[in-house]
Write a protein that binds this ligand. Structure first.
Ligand SMILES: Cc1cc2nc3c(=O)[nH]c(=O)nc-3n(C[C@H](O)[C@H](O)[C@H](O)COP(=O)(O)OP(=O)(O)OC[C@H]3O[C@@H](n4cnc5c(N)ncnc54)[C@H](O)[C@@H]3O)c2cc1C
Length: 358
């Protein structure tokens, strides 16, 4: 298993639970990528292909949270997200629209001018700590977790992938699973298949504890789940900086508020942060005086159709992908890991998520 984010750690645990002998290698430390720098939401909406995985994730998180004696912060029950919209068409067809006066009742601190919205099921989670808890779970079933160990290339014998060459020498396995998020393509080279996952940065600002409490999570309905790919001429025109200005606000139990995240191809500079903060102030004007204690940038593993890649790499026997969980890898991670572990045992894969799309 290559990659120690939420996907790799949960998959290591799910495979080890099923009796597989697992070695996971992570080039830095557990949750060094997006899994340790996200907004911490377990939230929809989900594409139809991932509805069951999303439900499974909540169950897997709940069970682990309970079994570990709350080793990571997690809302076992939904606290709800107030999704605000300028137009009812921005809401999903099955969402019940709220009138603007209901919005103010749901969140008295909300700014003005929001026409409608809805309440969505949503939970907060400390995804970095959850990643570590999944790795501990994997260890308890005998898995070996190697941190500070970068996989450099695939090892192939007679055309079959038999492992990776790493900082600690060759790690050989009957199946090699790449769960390296946006960096997955770097390892899968020389097999004639390009892993169609690209890194799309997001920025987040975290405030000092506020003296007020938000009643729920707050989100923009227009948050762009599928930013368009950026091209060389697009970058040259600086187009990406203007992409994806929508916002979410999540308050932790100590009162700190996570503001973000932007979603633009390179939208992580000061411009993106300024745009996110401007939008945050429109949502909740009383945020204005809060001190920022941290800003975070990280890359999300995005695919063009918004669906992850689960399954064997065409033309590369022994090699499997579990990556490309887009802007909802925390939400889908443990459910995806459970399903992929089952497929590794049975050999049956969901055709809609195979790396080579139907
Ligand atoms: C700003 C931001 C906010 C987000 N908010 C949310 C949210 O609220 N809810 C939600 O569901 N999702 C959210 N996401 C998305 C979510 O964080 C990702 O989809 C998820 O973390 C991806 O997990 P992963 O394990 O696939 O990748 P990563 O967490 O990126 O892990 C990949 C790991 O692979 C390692 N690696 C890479 N190359 C190698 C190599 N050659 N050898 C060994 N190891 C390697 C990396 O060091 C890294 O640790 C957010 C993302 C960002 C950036």
């Amino acid at each position: 298993m290559v990659g120690g984010g939420i996907i790799g750690a949960a998959l290591a645990a799910q495979c080890a639970r099923r009796g597989m002998q697992v070695t996971l290698c992570e080039r830095e430390r557990l949750a060094a990528g997006a899994s340790g720098r996200n907004a911490g939401l377990v939230v929809g909406p989900h594409p139809p292909e991932l509805e069951a995985i999303a439900r499974r994730s909540v169950k897997e998180y709940r069970d682990l949270h309970f079994a570990t004696g709350d080793a990571f912060a997690f809302d076992r029950d939904s606290i709800g997200s107030l999704v605000v919209a300028g137009d009812p068409a921005q809401l999903a067809a099955d969402e019940v629209p709220l009138a603007s006066e209901d919005l103010a009742r749901e969140e008295p601190l909300l700014g003005e001018g929001f026409v409608t919205g809805c309440i969505r099921e949503a939970r907060r989670i400390d995804a970095g700590a959850a990643t570590v808890a999944w790795a501990d779970e994997a260890r308890s079933y005998g898995a070996e977790i190697l941190v500070g160990c970068e996989a450099r290339s695939l090892v192939r014998r007679a055309g079959v992938v038999v492992g990776v060459s790493s900082d600690r020498g060759q790690l050989l396995a009957r199946t090699t699973v790449i769960a390296a998020g946006p960096w997955s393509w770097r390892i899968v080279r020389g097999v004639g298949f390009h892993v169609p996952v690209r890194g799309v940065e997001g920025v987040i600002a975290v405030t000092a504890p506020a003296s007020f409490r938000l009643r729920r999570i707050i989100e923009d309905a227009t948050w762009p789940r599928l930013p368009r790919p950026v091209t060389v001429d697009g970058l040259a025109r600086d187009e990406a900086e203007s992409a994806g200005v929508a916002c979410g606000l999540v308050q932790d139990d100590d009162g700190r508020i996570v503001i973000g995240a932007s979603l633009g191809a390179i939208g992580s500079g000061p411009t993106a942060l300024a745009a996110v903060c401007r939008r945050a102030l429109e949502l909740v004007p009383v945020l204005a005086g809060l001190e920022i204690v941290e800003t975070r940038v990280c890359e999300r593993p995005m695919t063009d159709d918004g669906l992850p890649l689960h399954g064997p790499v065409p033309g590369a026997s022994g090699l499997v992908l579990c990556c490309g969980h887009n802007a909802q890898g925390v939400t889908w991670g443990p459910g995806a890991a459970a399903v992929v572990a089952e497929s590794l045992v049975s050999g049956d894969w969901d055709a809609a998520l195979l790396p080579e799309r139907p």
